[in-house]
Design a protein around this ligand. Structure first.
Ligand code: UD1
Ligand code: CA
Length: 455
């Protein structure tokens, strides 16, 4: 493959979204539309990706800063041709292929783009446009072909004659160009048309008139080229992306009990033989290992989950759960928590910014915050860490094999060393040495014949 650079047009406002957010930053399948297009370009083999920004440019650039792309500002939106021309300073020296894409087509796939690039190379054309046939082509640029079937030009809806408007083959807005031919032709594009814009598709006709070969290749999968202009189209794309992700997961060996109620973001990874029960959301950068049972009713965001973990009815975010742990029901794991191997967390438990050591048990009704807990610990029902004095947070340190009786309060900062026992109902405020029993509650008094005396 020739040296491939992707140029993604993302300067437009997206008026029909009725939004303060630039259109390309609206999320679909769990990430910005533009991020899907960038990913497809990279899958297709783009070595460089240049994003043309304009409306909300700073916001778009900030949101994509981790995506290893370059940005060019188009300060005035004078048309798609003008937008591509803004990349000339960056790409002037390129001798390879430029793949032009739009930032609002999140359904595009790396595979479709790879085929387009391959066709472009094979034909030896200076420009190749990806087309598709739509039942209703309204609004799109139409593909005008010569009698021999070769492409003559592209005519925009607003410039098309009544006869041209009847054509159903449309310009997807995705093209491959030879870089030097593209920039040479762009300088010749004018704006004498219905919208007063510099149209990128005019490059094709200019090249053809100069005797260069231009080419059009058609995809029958018109879903992949559809652009998002409204919230309704965004919702349609959302469904398609989720269906695709679910199919990909099932094909790779994940069981989804009910794909219709399983919502998995595009970048999530799930291992083989994991079973996902209904009403489950798996989001962001979550990675789940093999042989897990997740759900029903789980929401996992940016979680790292090992193998053979079970979890039901939980909300877990930005935390880590190691192999063999079992969670739920009604568990909340909050950021910066590490649940080690074979830990058991039962009903109504919240864990925040804590480490829970191997095989420890939090069976019922606990709040564990800012705590470093060793292995083999048993936290009795209702036991909590008291981590906050109203101004500052403090840590609780618990050694290995500690047994904390029910309904105890561990007032941080405090350390329970290894093998400590805590009597039920204690409020522990002082460190407890290794192997001690700590009881911190009022001694029980039984008053003899108290009822008789009262009466
Ligand atoms: C464009 C094509 C049309 C094609 C359609 C496919 C032109 C003139 N027409 O029409 O043939 O059928 O896409 O969807 O190219 N943009 C900029 N700067 C600008 C103008 C646009 O960055 O000055 C960006 C937009 O943000 C958008 C993309 O270019 O991502 C396409 O622009 P848009 O105005 O949506 O083009 P269409 O009218 O849909
Ligand atoms: Ca337009």
């Amino acid at each position: 493959m020739n040296d491939l650079t992707a140029v993604i047009l993302a300067a437009g406002k997206g008026t029909r979204m009725k939004s303060n957010l630039p259109k390309v930053l609206h999320k679909v399948g769990g990430k910005a539309m533009l991020a899907h297009v960038i990913a497809a370009a990279k899958t297709a083999g783009a070595k460089r990706t240049v994003v043309v920004t304009g409306f909300g440019g700073a916001e778009v650039e900030a949101a994509m800063k981790d995506d290893a792309v370059e940005f060019v500002r188009q300060t005035e939106q004078l048309g798609t041709g003008h937008a591509v021309l803004q990349t000339e300073a960056l790409l002037r020296d390129s001798n390879g292929t430029i793949l032009v894409l739009c930032g609002d087509t999140p359904l595009i796939t790396g595979e479709v783009l790879r085929n387009l690039c391959a066709e472009h190379e094979k034909s030896g054309a200076k420009a190749t446009v990806l087309t598709t046939v739509l039942a209703d082509a309204t609004g799109y640029g139409r593909i005008i072909r010569n009698d021999d079937g070769t492409i003559a030009k592209i005519v925009e809806q607003k410039d098309a004659t009544a006869k041209e408007q009847k054509i159903n083959e449309i310009n997807s807005g995705i093209y491959c160009f030879s870089a030097p031919s593209l920039f040479a032709a762009l300088h010749k594009v004018g704006n004498n048309n219905a919208q007063g814009e510099y149209y990128l598709p005019d490059v094709l006709q200019i090249l053809r008139c100069e005797g260069a070969k231009i080419y059009a290749t058609t995809t029958t999968n018109n879903e992949v080229v559809s652009g998002i202009n409204s919230r309704a189209q965004l919702a349609v794309a959302e469904k398609i992306l989720r269906r695709r992700k679910n199919e990909e997961l099932m094909a790779s060996g994940v069981t989804l009990m009910d794909p219709d109620t399983t919502f998995v973001d595009a970048d999530v990874q799930i291992g083989r033989d994991t079973v996902i029960y209904p009403f489950t959301w798996i989001e962001g950068k979550t990675v789940i290992g093999e042989g897990c049972e997740i759900g029903p009713n789980c929401r996992l965001q940016n979680m790292t989950v090992g193998n053979n973990v079970t979890g039901q009815f939980l909300y877990a975010h930005d935390a880590k759960v190691n192999d063999g742990a079992s969670l739920g029901q009604f568990v909340h794991l909050r950021p910066d928590t590490v649940i080690d191997e074979d830990v058991k967390i039962g009903n109504f438990v919240e864990v925040k910014n804590s480490n829970v050591g191997k095989g420890s048990k939090l069976p019922h009704l606990s709040y564990i915050g800012d705590c470093d807990m060793g292995a083999g610990v048993n936290m009795g029902c209702g036991t909590i860490t008291v981590n906050y004095d109203g101004k500052k947070k403090f840590r609780t340190v618990i050694g290995d094999n500690v047994f904390v009786g029910c309904n105890s309060n561990l007032v941080a900062p405090v350390t329970l060393n290894d093998n400590v026992y805590v009597g039920a109902g204690s409020t522990i405020t002082k460190d407890v040495p290794n192997g001690n029993l700590a009881i911190a509650r009022a001694r029980q008094t039984n008053l003899d014949k108290w009822k008789d005396k009262r009466e």
